[in-house]
Write a protein that binds this ligand. Structure first.
Ligand code: TXA
Ligand code: MG
Length: 344
């Protein structure tokens, strides 16, 4: 089985980082914490190492990987920033890197085709997680790292969740505790425009549409999922899927239990609205934001709660809708995808 190395004491951190770097240098994969979700890392410039990511995740090779840089100064080693968007891209990087923002940019030839699935663009970000940063800086190379789950499954936000997904398939997991944001990075592409550049959000995440609006005109991809698939190939209709069928309610009052079926409820704040939260209906109810009833707290717990409810073996997980602003946009996007049954 796969060992987990702790990082919560300086000598342990030192040892864990050393082990991870040693494995990455020898062309192996290692699961690392980031501020969004745990990633499955490999040397991005070594195609044999990158191939092991696809193998461990059972990820189809048409789905490209994000490249993480040790420092934002290294952007032009893997990507070309087009002249006509340089100004806005520079401002975005100044403001949001290191952090949970991924940019799609034309790739440099050194990036293997396997990383970008043959696309002319590369997805790039710089992580702000202290463990990830130490590993990346010691390795001093770009790191390819998708979320450390099996393809199509729920993203891991703890070392134990990585273990549940990939135990025995990878040589090491570094435990950096719970992820700060709990949802994957926001993925954008930037195009020139007058008077303002245009940002297209391909995957909503912790850097919200509201945040990005300060820098450019912003649009969300709302096209059919097939169209979208060509833009962010991993953003398939069925994604983030628990094994238990999931139903996203359009409004809380839309739920009527059927006799003999067992349900679990994913509730945003656990509030009683119009008699909606009738405990008798639920085998279990888990509240996303029990502490402060706010979206960032819900985001941190989102994948954890989904994973826990999936373990119950109920007939259906019922999810309450959330407001589509801030991090609510990303959670609603994920709930919609999770409610599409995989065709496998
Ligand atoms: O927060 C995150 O972004 C995490 C952490 C580990 O960094 N990573 C992550 O990677 O979520 P992954 O592979 O699970 O999701 C990356 C998404 C996929 O949907 C992929 O299709 C898309 O980014 N993507 C990657 N490169 C692309 C490219 N060149 N063009 C379009 N989409 C791309
Ligand atoms: Mg993923």
């Amino acid at each position: 089985s796969t060992p987990i190395l702790p990082t919560d004491q300086p000598p342990l951190m030192h040892h864990a980082v050393e082990e991870a770097v040693r494995l990455l240098q020898s062309g192996e994969v290692v699961a690392l914490p980031t501020e969004t979700v745990y990633g499955l890392a490999a040397d991005a410039l070594n195609p044999q190492a990158v191939a092991k990511i696809f193998e461990a995740k059972e990820r189809p090779t048409f789905d490209p990987l994000i490249v993480h840089l040790p420092d934002k100064k290294l952007l032009d080693t893997v990507a070309e920033v087009p002249e006509d968007v340089k100004k806005v891209v520079t401002r975005l990087i100044e403001r949001f890197w290191p952090g949970p923002l991924t940019l799609l940019l034309p790739k440099k030839p050194c990036v293997p085709d396997l990383v970008t699935a043959g696309l002319p663009t590369v997805a790039v970000r710089v992580s702000n997680n202290p463990v990830f940063k130490r590993v990346a800086q010691a390795l001093n190379k770009p790191i390819a790292a998708p979320s450390a789950n099996r393809f199509g499954s729920i993203s891991p936000t703890s070392a134990n969740a990585v273990l549940a997904e990939l135990d025995g398939r990878i040589p090491l997991i570094l435990d950096g505790g719970a992820c700060l944001h709990g949802l994957e990075s926001t993925i954008i592409k930037v195009e020139p425009g007058t008077p303002k550049a245009l940002i297209t959000v391909l995957r909503p995440g912790p850097i919200t549409i509201e945040d990005l609006k300060l820098y450019a005109k912003v649009q969300r991809v709302t096209k059919t999922l097939l169209d979208e698939a060509s833009e962010a190939p991993g953003q398939l209709a069925s994604h983030y899927a628990p094994r238990t069928p999931l139903r996203l309610l359009s409004k809380p009052s839309d739920f009527t239990p059927e006799e003999g079926r067992r349900y679990a409820l994913m509730s945003y704040r656990g509030e009683e609205k119009d008699g909606y939260v009738d405990l008798a209906d639920w085998e279990q109810m888990m509240i996303l934001s029990p502490g402060n009833g706010k979206l960032p707290e819900a985001a941190v717990r989102f994948f954890y709660v989904l994973r826990e409810l999936d373990k119950l073996g109920v007939d259906e997980i019922i999810a309450e809708p959330m407001l589509e602003h801030g991090m609510g946009a990303a959670m609603m996007d994920k709930l919609r995808r999770a409610s599409v049954r995989p065709s496998r």
